[in-house]
Design a protein around this ligand. Structure first.
Ligand code: NI
Length: 165
């Protein structure tokens, strides 16, 4: 296993729409293991492959307090949702910044597991939020896109100072 480098906003690779996974081979298993190791090390609750420069529709997550409930979602699709509510959010690609965004509280997900087998899950709360956040990554979106232009400008300044330090 290996730690991967997490790209930071405004890296243009974070803005590309990732391509569906078609090969469930050894290289994919290695990538999944590396993504988990990198996510737990960060630490974070979710990590999309394209945050590490691999443009594939794949993300790993673990929303448990004990970090013992790893979930892999490949080629994910949201089938249904309910009402939205405001939730606190952060992102490993936008380090040390947190803000409130509107997310669906509950959703029905269809995806493939690490072996390519389809599964469906009804997620709510933090897990539902995490799924939406990671699918946004796969579509080239960041949660800060939902904030005001003024807030985004402030975040950009803060991050460029941080990178320069
Ligand atoms: Ni993120």
């Amino acid at each position: 296993m290996a730690l991967l480098r997490i790209l930071h906003h405004p890296d243009p690779r974070l803005r590309r729409k990732a391509a569906p996974v078609t090969q469930f081979d050894g290289a994919l298993q290695q990538l999944i293991d590396d993504l988990f190791e990198t996510m737990y090390d960060a630490p974070g609750t979710g990590l999309a492959a394209n945050q590490c420069g691999v443009s594939l529709r794949l993300a790993v997550m673990d929303c448990s307090d004990a970090h013992n409930q790893p979930v892999v979602m490949i080629n994910p699709e949201v089938i249904s949702t309910d009402e939205r509510r405001e939730m606190d959010e952060g992102c490993l690609s936008v380090p040390d910044i947190f803000d409130k965004v509107q997310r669906y509280n509950r959703l029905h997900l269809r995806a493939l597991d690490r072996n390519g087998a389809p599964f469906e899950v009804c997620a709510f709360g933090l897990m539902a939020q995490c799924i939406q956040h990671e699918i946004d990554h796969l579509d080239g979106k960041l949660y800060i896109d939902y904030l005001s232009a003024l807030k985004r400008e402030r975040i950009k300044k803060k991050l460029s100072k941080r990178e320069a330090a």
